[in-house]
Ligand binder design. Structure first.
Ligand code: SF4
Ligand code: SF4
Length: 321
């Protein structure tokens, strides 16, 4: 059965986990909108009926005149939507904020109105621990709620720091689900390497620098060499490994850009992704020049180049050409 209306993939078949709840999506790049809440959640089985009701209510509101949370979202479209065969097709894991780096641009380190709950001081002081999701996913798979070709986007925080990371990623890979893992590359994960080798994992590592000095200034820790070495080990699996450069005012310089591309090519990664700071509304001449350098040098070295991520979604493509 099809239905012509406004909708998006997340409203139709998505599920996002935050530190204390479940949401329709995790899109927050349009101001303080997005992150449509479904319910509180602290583990165990997902509330199937509540998910269905929330989706129905939000879709009804959008099509009855609009919903502020979804206003101007680029993912909203009017088309014919067929009934989803599974409750959940696409998942975002953003239920943890722990990290071993301190990136200057990271929204986890910033007080932003749309992400205020990330930094809740009481929770952090109380030794806050991320929700355990192994049993949740095991049940979703067992109960036929997660599509067999479902896609899991691992955000965070740094996912390899999760106590259950190896086990949970192993479960998802062995059950045939597709995983996109964003990791900072400081830790080497055997499960990640196995998933890359198996082909059910693609990973992106935001290096953001071409030198140890810039890396430390931007991320607060001296791990540049370790990250490049881990990238090389991951790329050696033959899997889809992407190196990323989020261009900000701090790392916008052609020297770092050239060295980043050279070293990335040396590690054997498949491609490079460029992005900009999601919370900086201005593309300075230096940022634009750095992006152009990375794209030009990357192509010369035969690397796939993508311009994507949360920041560039805010800019027309022509601004960055
Ligand atoms: S339209 Fe955008 S904000 Fe609304 S649910 Fe879909 S992805 Fe989220
Ligand atoms: S590695 Fe990722 S989660 Fe950690 S501080 Fe940097 S941007 Fe934030």
């Amino acid at each position: 059965m099809t239905d012509v209306r406004y909708g998006c993939e997340w409203l139709d078949r998505g599920l996002a986990f935050s530190p204390r709840g479940i949401h329709v999506c995790c899109v927050c790049h349009h101001g303080d909108r997005g992150w449509l809440p479904i319910s509180d959640f602290s583990g165990g089985s997902i509330p199937v009926q509540r998910i269905r009701e929330a989706r129905t209510d939000y879709i009804r509101a959008i099509n009855a005149g609009g919903l502020r949370d979804c206003q101007d979202c680029g993912l909203l479209e009017k088309k014919s939507w067929s009934a989803a065969p599974y409750l959940v097709q696409v998942v975002n894991l953003s239920h943890f904020t722990c990290c071993n780096l301190n990136c200057h641009y990271c929204y986890l380190q910033l007080e932003k109105k749309c992400t205020g709950w990330w930094n809740d001081p009481q929770s952090l002081a109380a030794g806050y621990r991320p929700i355990a999701l192994y049993d949740t996913f095991h049940a979703m798979i067992h109960d036929g709620l997660l599509a067999p070709d479902g896609v899991i986007n691992w955000g965070g925080g740094e996912p390899t720091l999760l106590e259950e990371f190896e086990e949970l990623l192993g479960l998802l890979v062995s059950s045939g689900r597709w995983n996109y893992v964003a990791t900072n590359g400081v830790r080497y994960s055997p499960a990640l390497a196995a998933g890359l080798s198996d082909g059910h994992v693609a990973m992106v590592c935001s290096v953001d620098a071409g030198s140890a000095g810039t890396f430390k200034a931007l991320k607060g820790r001296d791990f540049f060499d370790r990250v490049m070495s881990n990238l090389k080990a991951y790329a050696a699996t033959g899997g889809n490994v992407q190196a990323k450069y989020i261009v900000t005012r701090m790392n916008a310089n052609p020297d770092d850009a050239l060295e980043f591309v050279r070293l990335s090519a040396e590690t054997g990664v498949r491609g490079i992704i460029c992005d900009v700071d999601a919370f900086d509304p201005e593309v300075t001449p230096a940022i634009r020049e750095t992006i152009q350098t990375i794209r030009r040098e990357g192509r010369l070295r035969g690397l796939q180049i993508q311009l994507s991520g949360s920041g560039v979604a805010s800019y027309p493509e022509k601004v960055l050409d």
